[in-house]
Design a protein around this ligand. Structure first.
Ligand SMILES: C[S@@+](CC[C@H](N)C(=O)[O-])C[C@H]1O[C@@H](n2cnc3c(N)ncnc32)[C@H](O)[C@@H]1O
Length: 197
């Protein structure tokens, strides 16, 4: 099995787990021959890429006909957060979806993208991450800081950012804190006649 990431730290971590083929490279230009793999998996990576369409085409290129491609990403259009001001919550979650990630709302379109490339046997599995304890998952992806970042970028008034943090803390104290986002795990089989070949 081979892994790839453009961060050297990830390659080092993979080697520490016993993997030997750990490439440090850009997902838009995979350093692999066409048809080299029985399958390929992009785990929470497409959301960050400058050109997700080109990268998906590259992933398909390196998988042999009959092999499986899997894309797994959160779709931040699916977020909910229980704080007192739901209008404010929606604005901050919208900022997260649109401004803090390059492709934060693309995951529900992965199936369509793979279909457009001629892949077949497409399945989509939704998995919802539900967080009741905000310190349990890396302080929920830094969620408490999203409003302050929005204020720094001029998207939110600083008083609203403070209100968000206060309401976030109130929700934790009242044990009502609830955040959820759904991940889409999309799998498809490479057809020998795929359009990207
Ligand atoms: C959320 S992490 C997921 C890491 C890993 N796939 C895993 O499952 O643990 C996103 C990863 O995407 C990598 N990444 C972002 N842009 C990239 C690119 N253009 N080429 C390769 N890797 C990239 C980052 O370095 C980061 O490690």
């Amino acid at each position: 099995m081979a892994t790839l990431d453009y961060a050297q730290t990830m390659s080092t971590a993979m080697r520490a787990r016993g993997l030997t083929q750990c490439a440090v490279a850009d997902a838009h230009r995979l350093p692999f021959l066409s048809f080299s793999f029985d399958g390929a998996w992009a785990d929470r990576t497409v959301q960050h890429l400058a050109n997700p369409y080109a990268a998906i085409k590259e992933i398909i290129r390196v998988v042999r006909p009959g092999g499986r491609v899997v894309l797994a990403d959160p779709d931040y259009d699916t977020q909910v957060l229980d704080i007192a001001d739901q209008g404010l919550a929606r604005r901050v979650l919208r900022f997260r979806a649109d401004a803090l990630l390059r492709n934060g709302t693309l995951a529900h379109q992965h199936a369509g993208l793979l279909a457009a490339h001629g892949l077949v046997d497409i399945t989509v599995e939704p998995r919802t991450l539900l967080v009741r304890n905000p310190t349990a998952v890396d302080n929920v992806l830094g969620l408490r800081s999203w409003a302050a970042t929005a204020a720094q970028r001029g998207t939110l008034d600083p008083t609203e950012a403070r209100a968000f943090e206060d309401q976030f803390d109130d929700a934790v104290t009242a044990r009502r804190f609830t955040y959820a986002v759904t991940f889409f795990l999309t799998a498809a089989t490479v057809n020998g006649n795929a359009t990207t070949r």
